[in-house]
Design a protein around this ligand. Structure first.
Ligand code: 5GP
Length: 186
């Protein structure tokens, strides 16, 4: 019997709702584990160290790169983000399904190094909806929003390289589609 868990990658531009989809999946399916990434960006709002991210200094992060502690890592908006390798591989060995919510650069590394990973790209219904959602968050300046919108459009070019694509028009439908993909992917 194969007791190895599934490595699941979920990406999508900021504003596509992937964070909400992942939260709902975790609520619905207790067997799913979310990998907590390390980052050098500052905590936002109510974010807590060890809950949302492991917040690191640049020196600490670069030491982790040298120690080969990352399953993948990338520079996103000038900050480092990376998936701690030991935690994820340990959970997979225990037969747990682990979700990585990571950007396209990291996902490309996972596709190359772990071709068995289940990779899902979340798309917004349209660019207009995406821009509206980015503005609606209210946590960023106009300049930051336009930077994220530009990056979002560039990221969507990678959608075809993922195993699956899900359009987040209706949230519950999108969650059900992602759950179905995870349950049925071998
Ligand atoms: P945010 O700063 O909004 O939390 O995340 C910015 C981007 O970094 C998002 O696209 C998010 O998916 C991505 N990200 C978060 N953690 C990781 C990680 O461990 N590796 C990579 N490659 N991207 C990540």
């Amino acid at each position: 019997m194969d007791t190895k868990g599934k490595l699941i990658v979920i990406s999508g531009p900021s504003g596509c709702g992937k964070g909400t989809i992942v939260d709902k999946l975790l609520q619905q399916d207790g067997s799913l584990q979310l990998s907590i990434s390390a980052t050098t960006r500052m905590p936002r709002g109510t974010e807590e160290n060890g809950v949302n991210y492991f917040f690191k200094s640049e020196e600490e992060f670069e030491q982790m790169i040298r120690d080969q502690a990352f399953l993948e890592y990338a520079d996103v908006f000038g900050k480092y983000y990376g998936t701690p390798k030991e935690y994820v591989l340990g959970k997979l060995k225990q037969g747990k399904n682990v979700i990585l919510e990571i950007d396209v650069q990291g996902a490309m590394q996972v596709i190359k190094n772990y071709p068995e990973a289940v990779t899902i790209f979340i798309l917004p219904p349209s660019e207009e909806v995406l821009l509206g959602r980015l503005k609606g968050r209210g946590t960023e300046t106009e300049e930051q929003i336009m930077k994220r919108f530009g990056k979002a459009k560039a990221e969507m070019e990678y959608a075809q390289q993922y195993g699956y694509r899900v359009v987040n028009d209706d949230l519950d439908t999108a969650v059900a589609e992602v759950k179905n993909i995870i349950d049925h992917a071998s």
